[in-house]
Ligand binder design. Structure first.
Ligand code: CS2
Ligand code: MG
Length: 402
């Protein structure tokens, strides 16, 4: 008699911030853990799981990962979208965790073995102004990071993405969306000044920047051109990517390396960007794009077009996603870089992990599975808290990309 799924549940907890964790248990006594966190819409995914798809898994063979993926993707009829694909990802990663545990091997071995010993990572540095930002970069360099994402306040703007308010991290969600203010002309004037100084102060550091979807293609081309002298590792999300072909303009006008994809949830969202080589790195990651099973297909398509992975890794992606991403990054031939914005301190009371960050790199663990554990009793001490991502408005009140 083959193994059977005996229990499956999605648990929402908030150790410092909200996470949605999938637990799948089998008749042979193995349990798998998956991440299904969608920042600001956690309960939608938890309900999609608990009220709709997890009951369908009971009695199924947990080893049939691909069949279950196809069943959940095609069987929903309503395909794609962040809620659906994050829910499927939670199930998928839990099943890969079970399969690797049953095989007694770390997940990267199951995927095809190690292509590298360690994974280059980048972390975040930000400041209210250029001087504060330079000090933040220096601190990250002192900690041993070789790659740093640089975000700074913009003169004339009160609150923008990526710059943390005192006592917060740059990604803290809020009890109601805080409204940032935006003016593209202020930003386009400021960004080259920031990177001219940053490159002069840190000649050997990989510098990255996230434009966070806020420009038009022509504005992005202007920004890219203005940053070319400062040798960025990448310029991320300069343009919203609903219209993939809009990136042709950016690509034609500047050689600055581009990165996109953290908001994507299927290969279809990136197919044109990949096949037309409109980006250098793809950020679409395991928790929001259907899990290991689907992201493996996306990475393989990227490899045909010399595009490398640059997985999203903000702290609203749980330690489970980081664990799975590091096993994926250990194996995937076209690895580029892994984002690492450390998790809230309380997360370590709920999650246990054997991956590590040192010498500017991330190191996957060697434990069977993805190496991340989840303590449900501890999770119960951190109940869900309704929180929202911020929004952005132009000075005239127009709602803008955050
Ligand atoms: C950002 C994220 O890490 C990044 O590149 O775009 O901080 C993003 O804003 C959050 O993950 C949204 O939840
Ligand atoms: Mg980003």
């Amino acid at each position: 008699m083959s193994n059977r799924i005996t229990a499956a549940r999605a648990i929402v907890c908030s150790p410092g911030r909200n996470y949605v964790t999938v637990v799948i248990e089998t008749a042979e006594g193995l349990a798998g853990i998956g991440d299904a966190t969608l920042n600001g819409r956690e309960l939608a995914v938890a309900s999609y799981l608990n009220d709709h798809i997890l009951p369908l898994l009971i009695g199924r063979d947990p080893s049939r990962i691909e069949d279950i993926w196809q069943y959940l993707y095609r069987g929903a009829y309503w395909r794609r979208g962040p809620v659906t694909m994050t829910a499927i990802a939670g199930v998928d990663v839990a099943l890969w965790d079970i399969k690797a545990k049953a095989a007694g091997m770390p997940l990267y071995q199951l995927l095809g073995g190690a292509s590298r010993e360690r994974m280059l990572c980048y972390t975040h540095a930000d400041g209210a102004d250029i001087d504060e930002t330079l000090a933040a970069i220096e601190e990250k360099q002192r900690q041993g990071f070789a790659a740093v994402r640089v975000q700074s306040g913009v003169p004339g703007l009160d609150r923008i993405y990526g710059v943390h308010a005192p006592g917060e991290t740059a990604d803290d969600p809020h009890t109601a969306p805080i409204e940032g203010d935006w003016d593209t002309s202020f930003y386009l004037r400021h960004a080259p000044m920031l990177f001219e100084v940053a490159r002069e102060c840190f000649p050997d550091l990989h510098l990255l920047h996230d434009a966070h979807h806020r420009l038009t293609p022509n504005e992005a081309a202007q920004l890219g051109r203005s940053l070319e002298p400062y040798r960025l590792f990448w310029l991320e999300d300069p343009v919203p990517a609903e219209s993939q072909e809009s990136w042709r303009r950016v690509r034609q006008m500047t050689t600055v390396p581009l990165a996109v994809g953290e908001v994507f949830n299927s290969i279809w969202d990136a197919q044109q960007l990949i096949t037309e080589r409109l980006t250098d790195y793809l950020r679409t990651t395991i928790v929001h794009a259907g899990g290991v099973t689907h992201v493996r297909r996306i990475a393989d398509l990227c490899a045909l077009y010399q595009i490398r992975t640059g997985f999203h890794g903000a702290n609203d992606l749980s330690p489970v996603t980081m664990g799975a991403a590091l096993h994926f990054g250990r194996w995937v031939p076209n690895f580029g870089i892994q984002e690492y914005a450390s998790h809230p301190r309380q997360a370590a009371e709920v999650f246990g992990w054997d991956w590590a960050c040192r010498d500017g790199h991330l190191h996957s663990g060697e434990a069977a599975g993805h190496g991340v554990s989840f303590d449900e009793a501890a999770a119960a001490r951190f109940p869900y808290q309704r929180r929202y991502l911020d929004v952005n408005r132009l000075k005239d009140g127009t709602l803008w990309d955050w």
